[in-house]
Design a binder for this molecule. Sequence first.
Ligand SMILES: Cc1cc2nc3c(=O)[nH]c(=O)nc-3n(C[C@H](O)[C@H](O)[C@H](O)COP(=O)(O)OP(=O)(O)OC[C@H]3O[C@@H](n4cnc5c(N)ncnc54)[C@H](O)[C@@H]3O)c2cc1C
Length: 375
Amino acid sequence: MLPLTQTNVLIVGAGISGLATAACLQRQGIEYVIIEKHARVASAWHNHYHRLHLHTNKRISQLPYKKFGKNIPRYPSRQQVIDYLNDYQQAFNIKPVFNTTATFIKKEGDYWITQTTNGIFQSKFLVMATGPFGKPKPVELQGMETFPGKIMHSAAYKTGKDFANQKVLVIGFGNSACEIAIDLFEQGATPFMSVRSAVNIVPRDVLGVPVLEFSLLLNWLPPRIADLLSAPLANALIGDITKLGLKKKPYGPLEQVQREGKSPILDIGTIQLIRKGKIKIVGDIEFIEGNMVHFKQGQTQPFDAIIACIGYSKDEINIIEVDRNRFEDLQVSANRQQYFGKDGLYFCGYYISPTGQIHEINADARKIVKNIRGI
Ligand SMILES: Cc1cc2nc3c(=O)[nH]c(=O)nc-3n(C[C@H](O)[C@H](O)[C@H](O)COP(=O)(O)OP(=O)(O)OC[C@H]3O[C@@H](n4cnc5c(N)ncnc54)[C@H](O)[C@@H]3O)c2cc1C
């Protein structure tokens, strides 16, 4: 018989969202239990590639009630984020039940019943904090089984050192793809980027100010208007990307977040390397034959390795048995969610925000706890 734990609030996941929610509950003296499938907090950040720095500035990337230290740079490194989260856990005395994976969750009467690999949890409130980036999308390329080199998802990429002196094809043009291409170049590899879709690119900083600080100021405007206002400066700083073999989206970066739930590219130097010919742009892949990659535009090139920066699937959340509308609702911020808190169920950190996701998680966690308190 599996053990049963009863608690007021159960938080599933001890990443940034889970920790932020736990700290807010602790501050209010509300009893909770937090479970985590791995053996440490913020496991995602331990696994990310080594070069990673926050693309969002530290002022808007801190969790409730604790700032990044003054000596930490504006864009903290992966390790500095891990250290900050470990300190955060200590500061708020957060003690997750580790090695405990939620496998199925449903509401029974007044309670949420969470089945896990380590017993059953019964709670009045449930906060899902498993993150939207936990499950890499499978890499599926025609002929990939004939490729003699490494093919990996960006989630498995660690450092460009592993690819020194190799010709590497990076698939995709998101923020991870753009940083991985820089890393490959810096570590002595020759990166190419296969880009299928049109993109929006904004400089990470404008006149020495983080661009997301401007996004925050413009956030009250309809995205299309905010894009119109910011476009001239961003375009002047980034230049004409169509000359680099890239296509520009017909709408701006803020509208992109609203329409697609995907962040625009915050450029940290990739564009300059493309301009200098250090990173080369190629089109969409048609098929692979041995070490040769055939592109839809007709050209063919040999490669030593392929890194697919193709994003993550959101299926993981399906462990919870609820009306599908509850998942649709996560395409907007907590303030606009129709079902926010209904039946004592909350989601922290699933909405992809134009002002940075950690910033949104901070707001979500506070709002959730306020709602649980009933104020
Ligand atoms: C490469 C990368 C870079 C990013 N950079 C930035 C940035 O610069 N700025 C920014 O604002 N945002 C950034 N983000 C987005 C976002 O802030 C991070 O993904 C952040 O880690 C999200 O925190 P989270 O707690 O919601 O999810 P996660 O960090 O994924 O944590 C979820 C936790 O839940 C656990 N879990 C999952 N399923 C279960 C289960 N069934 N049972 C128990 N536990 C479970 C996981 O093990 C994990 O510890 C980045 C994302 C990625 C992928």
